[in-house]
Design a protein around this ligand. Sequence first.
Ligand SMILES: [Zn+2]
Length: 438
Amino acid sequence: MWRVGHGKSIKAWEDKWIPSSGPMVFRNEVAWELNITQVLDLLEENGGRWKRNMVELLCWPPTATTILSIPLPMQPREDCFFWLETINGCYSVKTGYYFIRKKQMEENASTSSTPSLSHAQWTKLWKAEVVPRCRETVWRACLGLLPVKDVLHCRGVVQDPCCPCCPGVPETIHHALFFCPIAKLVLFGSPLAIRVDVECSVQQFLSHFLAAANLEVAGILFTLFYALWQVHNELVYNGREAIVAQVLQRAVALPPSLVLQQDAPPAGRNLQSSWRKPVAGLFKVNFDASMKDSHDAGLGFIARNSHGEVLAAATMVTGPVQNPVLAEALAFRWALGLAAELGLQRVWFESDFLALVQAWERHDSGFSHLYTVVRDCRLLLSNFDAFEFSFVRRTGNCAADALARLAFHFGCIVWIEEDPLEVSSIIQDDVIASMASS
Ligand SMILES: [Zn+2]
């Protein structure tokens, strides 16, 4: 598919440039009226930004979100093609094979009398009484877009396709939401007392379920699925196992909007790796991204000197972002720009996201959306006299991580020579840890 650069080469209606396998819905009369033919027509004059209002006017909300999540280069550059199934966008035979296999499976599923959701059912899905991110999770699950390990494995992102709870069992979307032991317990223990015995897809299940359910019941189901998805992420990314009673309490007893505020930042589990001060004359910038919401990302930035004193801290919220790697890359681009604006010339950047550090270190020029941003980052290097970029464990990146989470609360703010109260104790701990390790 196309990677958007200046957008001149891409025909808005014929070419494949929107990264979604789901239905794309446009308002044709708007497109006609505004005379939109190329992707260029959807970009701001100087590049670097989508014409957000126009995109939102033109498309159904999920389609608009997908388009707005496509990262744009800071300066217009050539449009190019990339392969959607690898991180760097370069074709590989292995991923080609998986792609064909996946397509075949989808075709088999659709010919074996899979009732795809009817128009009325999609409408119900979008109207269910529930906070938007729960609905989004279900919508993604329906379209096979939920990044479970089997899906990530097929894209070459992770080595192991198996469920973290069930050795040897590939973690497909329907496994994670229906058949994993915890999913079974949660669904059956819920007020809906659902038991899914037959192997079926999310779409099949929902088309039966939504045919009978009212909007409120649909809302409860979606909240359960969302809670299960949170449990899954807690386990995969933070190693925290869930207790069924707690999941149910979170999903059902509380109003849906409160469920989300329950995710406390993870406590520093091991202190194997801690923050270290830079040598004199060098500044250390830690940054991080947090994707608490299903599409916007919060970004955090903190720059400190060789005494561990804070020069600047900042938070910012992006528009829609496709996935965590891209969120982290956007955080890097933003951190580089901010460090340059602050006049820091000798800087050591740190991220706790290994995939980004690896993409950076490989020095290859990929073609995927990730590399739109990575290439911008390389261009920004000319601002610095000395530059280093390295990986640190999450425990060494707590301040940036906390700021990224706080971004949803603060919005876009820069603190100069001070820091928000909420991270003061982390900063002190970092200094102490740094003294202990040196
Ligand atoms: Zn499982």
